[in-house]
Design a protein around this ligand. Sequence first.
Ligand code: BG6
Length: 464
Amino acid sequence: MRKLPDNFFFGAAFSGPQTEGAYKLDGKLENIWDTWSDQDIGAFYNKVGSYVGNDFYHRYEEDILLLKSLGLTSFRTSIQWSRLLDQDGKINPQGAAFYHKMLAFAKEQGMDVFMNLYHFDMPTYLFRRGGWESREVVEAYAHYAHEAFKEFGSEVKYWFTFNEPIVEPEQRYRDGVWYPFVKDIKRSVVTQYHIALAHSLAVGEFRKLQNEGVIAPDVKIGLINCFAPPYTKENPSPEDLEAVRMEDGLHNRWWLDLVTKGCLPQDVLDTLAKKGAPAPIRPGDEGILAQGKVDWLGFNYYQPKRVQAPKKTVDENGNPIFSDPYIWPERKINKSRGWEIYPKGIYDFGIKLKEDYPDLTFFISENGMGVENEDAFRDENGVIQDDYRIEFVRDHLNWVAKAIDEGAKCVGYHYWAVIDNWSWSNAFKNRYGFIEVRLQDGYNRRLKKSAEWLKKVATTKEIV
Ligand code: BG6
């Protein structure tokens, strides 16, 4: 049995748009999820749109107490831009009041809140002005970050600019699976580049306020991404390795270079330009990106990225293709989600961070297993016997412990999402929690079998 360091922290990760609900209450504006839900509710599993979340807005006290009762000492959520600011960029006092109340209660309970500013939840009025394709929105985000830092500067110890900044460029603009369903790599690169600028401007605002004493010197800022170690076939060809370079470049190195060196990987920018999808670089951007260095990093891990040389280099819309998926014959799949389960990936990437970015401290900011129809696993007392979840987390933690033993600077683990929550277009199809949310029973919470196990591990640091 392995043991994690005594000061290793355990917590929960979730987000504002997936938990709060109350989507039109207290001056909250529409965000892109509400707009999509209004336009086409059929696109959401069981027609459950973004409206209710898991009702955290009304149950935050109960939920924070539940997290605490499992021995967790921190959780991450996000401020919803569409709740905190009005259309003129001014603080919405009722929106701010919710976060103040929630932060105060967490503090009373001794729980650290990791506060993220953006989790795929563009306010709709800004999306209509171009969303991440527009520089105006990049500026608006910097303003939002500034307002949030000022408002909660003395209440939050750990800030994050973005969760998984790679996801919207891919899902919304490259693969076209999320609203507004664009399939254009040129537009995808524009959004990815603009998000890198937005992150950097926000870090710049943070440092300014820290220098002015509005934010205390020991408060940290970071970025969270879903990093994935890229793998290819055994005995790869030079073309397979080229596919790995670009996949790793766009997905991992883009953000890692930004947050450690304050620049983007030149080889990736060059290839994009050569293939007709250039980053929209303007004079002065270099200085903005240089501000993007962070204090620490969040590493979300779900699955590895297995790629090989693409069969075609351009798709039917004229978009360059950098890689094809590689189906590893030994892969094990979580059938509910269609994602590969490969715990060793968390170790491989941890070691890669240690080797390539030795000064960077990180924590596992998300890791989890979403399972459909957990009703099938209920025992006679109605408790979900989710042994698969225990096995999943145990396996991953063992690899984390090994990486730490070998020098990786990993300081904690947040499980996604501890309490079941709303998962975008999958809504409540796949459940991630150690705690069940009973939709047919007024959204009441009930512990699953794994909750007791988690408590043991979180409090003893022993991976039993
Ligand atoms: C991460 C996101 O990618 O994975 C979360 O940060 C998301 O927002 C989680 O919910 C699990 O993925 P999904 O699509 O099953 O909800």
